[in-house]
Design a binder for this molecule. Structure first.
Ligand code: DQA
Length: 163
């Protein structure tokens, strides 16, 4: 039996408080809801989801390393580390698959410190500002990038290497 290719959903600092913290910004859905949305959409498209949440930068990096050669994609909402963590940038750069940067809110429309994403340059694309819906959109984006690369749903090829 073929096993479904795995999408790693990575949730960074404070995402565990989704649904509780600043619901006017981040919505009323919990992280459990977001994982369920992601998993449901992924199953519809033939993917499995592994979810990992941590408030600690190093633990997120360890999880990205563990996804190398295992997951076909990472959907990363690494919270405020998006704006600061060159270490997560480097870990994602070493991941040989699709990377989708994800945000519930639209950081570009918020405070200036959120306007910079240090992981944007190592991501295939960005989904932001659509709240809980973004989790399903991120799975669609993963599927679209894999299709575009001609790698089907199993193959994960390095970003920028599609020649
Ligand atoms: C966020 C946006 C970040 O700026 C913020 O620090 C978060 C959540 C989002 O999902 O909108 O923690 O990543």
């Amino acid at each position: 039996m073929m096993t479904a290719p795995v999408i790693l959903l990575l949730s960074g600092p404070n995402l565990n408080l989704s649904g509780v913290r600043e619901p006017e910004v981040y919505g009323h859905e919990t992280l459990t809801d977001h994982v369920a949305t992601t998993t449901r959409r992924a199953a519809e498209l033939g993917f499995a989801v592994a979810h990992y949440q941590s408030n600690h930068e190093g633990e997120l990096i360890d999880r990205i390393h563990a996804a190398r050669g295992v997951a076909c994609a990472i959907v990363a909402n690494v919270g405020a580390l998006t704006h600061t963590s060159w270490a997560i940038h480097d870990a994602l750069a070493a991941f040989d698959g699709v990377v989708v940067e994800l945000h519930l809110s639209n950081p570009a429309a918020r405070e200036p410190f959120r306007h910079t994403s240090v992981i944007a340059g190592v991501s295939d694309g960005l989904i932001a500002g659509f709240g809980a819906t973004g989790y399903a959109l991120a799975v669609d984006a993963v599927a679209a990038v894999l299709e575009r690369r001609g790698a089907g749903r199993r193959g994960a090829r390095r970003r920028g290497n599609d020649a």
